[in-house]
Design a protein around this ligand. Structure first.
Ligand code: FAD
Length: 398
């Protein structure tokens, strides 16, 4: 396993960081305070090719490898989680699912505008009464001739009022829904512009306030049969494999957030004095700094392992779960330490570390809570859980 990044990867990192500092950072504190996303950022990310970074050129993307997606996620989250969330939902959870599961016609029709950033995609699994356990979905799409009629509601959907197209998981089999049998779930590509699709924003979020999160109600929405992704009854597999990609971007983003915590904390610790010396000279402050360094190294290696496995075309559900669980929990702890090091100033938005903490908190919950990832890891270790081959695996790179 070669986990070394190439010179091109490092150049991408520098370019992405420059972009984030130039396009995301200005006005960020105000957007976070007022919970106002800036849609211009999505357009500019699209112009840079970021929204199709690891989609092959034949489908409108830049054709870079899966490491590149991780590096980009890390660079965006170094500046703000809301910018990385775009990559998680658009690239990780939506576009890569179309790339993995789509027919050739679907890839040409749907993937090309997504990869070029002309259309934004997102992922709709969570519902008001069901998050961790998708078998409990209430959304139902009834087949009528060459269409399905979708009813139900999704909530906690990133970019719900911004995305042009949703990847929606809904039951299509009443008996299986009644039995909570996930083999009755189907994945659909649903346009926001269609009749009966009613998106809304959620207010009062703790974090990711510069990004849009909301819900969407589906009222007798007519879906043409060619909008089924991956075949009827494969929706649970589509969703779980999409999460393998989304979780990778979350884990990589956490490395960026932990680096931001470390940089803010070392700067402050070398400037602020207490007890006649800069606080960086106090051993208990050093302990918190050391924890950040350790978390970054561990997190970075876990992410590189996943990127390498994806490049080889190897299934990495367990490894991605490990990276997501470890890095989200550690990034929350790093942000907490960063606040501690800043003392009372860390408790104010005069410094960015309180935003890091609020942003890190959500990532421990979405794309599988830390409890769910512990169940996954224990399941593998105890032999209760095994990965069966999928009808379609994520293509290796190149
Ligand atoms: C900022 C943000 C953005 C999001 N974006 C999206 C998105 O784009 N698309 C999308 O579909 N969803 C999204 N989500 C939703 C997210 O994925 C869910 O919130 C998450 O899966 C948890 O589901 P829940 O909130 O319903 O909690 P629940 O499933 O109700 O869980 C509540 C608590 O019970 C615990 N629990 C549940 N089951 C078990 C179990 N078997 N064993 C032990 N403990 C258990 C959980 O760990 C948790 O602590 C987002 C959430 C947030 C906060």
């Amino acid at each position: 396993m070669d986990l070394t990044y190439t010179a091109e990867h490092e150049e991408l990192r520098r370019g992405a960081l420059d972009f984030a500092k130039r396009e995301v950072e200005p006005g960020l504190r105000e957007r976070d305070e007022q919970a106002k996303p800036d849609p211009a950022i999505y357009r500019k990310m699209g112009q840079e090719g970021f929204l199709g970074i690891c989609i092959p050129e034949a489908y409108g993307g830049l054709g870079l490898d899966y490491h590149a997606l991780g590096i980009l996620s890390e660079a965006m989250e170094y500046v703000d989680t809301s910018a990385r969330v775009i990559l998680s939902v658009h690239n990780g959870l939506h576009s890569l699912a179309v790339y993995q599961w789509g027919t050739e016609e679907q890839k040409k029709a749907h993937l090309v505008p997504l990869a070029r950033g002309e259309r934004i995609g997102t992922f709709c699994l969570t519902e008001p009464a069901c998050g961790s356990d998708p078998a409990g979905l209430q959304c139902f799409a009834e087949r009528k001739g060459d269409r399905y009629i979708l009813n139900g509601e999704k909530i906690w959907i990133s970019l719900s009022t911004i995305a042009d197209v949703y990847l929606v998981m809904a039951y299509t089999d009443r008996a299986k829904q009644a039995a909570s049998d996930s083999h009755g779930i189907t994945a659909f590509l649903v346009d926001r512009a269609w009749k009966g699709v009613e998106p809304y924003d959620l207010k009062g979020k703790l974090g990711v306030r510069a990004g849009a999160t909301g819900g969407v109600a589906f009222k007798d929405v007519e879906i043409p049969a060619d909008r089924v992704l991956g075949g009827e009854g494969n929706g649970f597999k589509v969703a779980m494999s999409a999460l393998d990609n989304g979780r990778y971007t979350v884990a990589a983003g956490c490395v960026g957030l932990m680096k931001a915590c470390l940089d803010a904390s070392t700067k402050y610790a070398n400037e602020r004095s207490a007890g006649g010396k800069v606080i960086g000279k106090h051993q208990l402050v050093q302990q918190m700094i050391a924890y950040m360094v350790q978390s970054i190294d561990v997190g970075d290696l876990l992410v590189r392992r996943c990127g390498w496995m994806k490049n080889q075309g190897l299934r990495c559900t367990r490894e991605v779960s490990m990276a997501k669980w470890t890095n989200t929990v550690n990034s929350q702890q790093c942000a907490d330490h960063a606040i501690e090091i800043h003392g009372a100033y860390g408790y104010s938005n005069e410094f960015p570390v309180e935003r890091y903490w609020r942003n890190s908190r959500g990532a421990v919950i979405y794309e599988g809570t830390k409890e769910i990832h512990q169940l996954v890891q224990a399941g593998y270790a105890l032999g209760y859980r095994k990965d069966a081959p999928l009808p379609k695996e994520l293509p290796r790179w190149p």
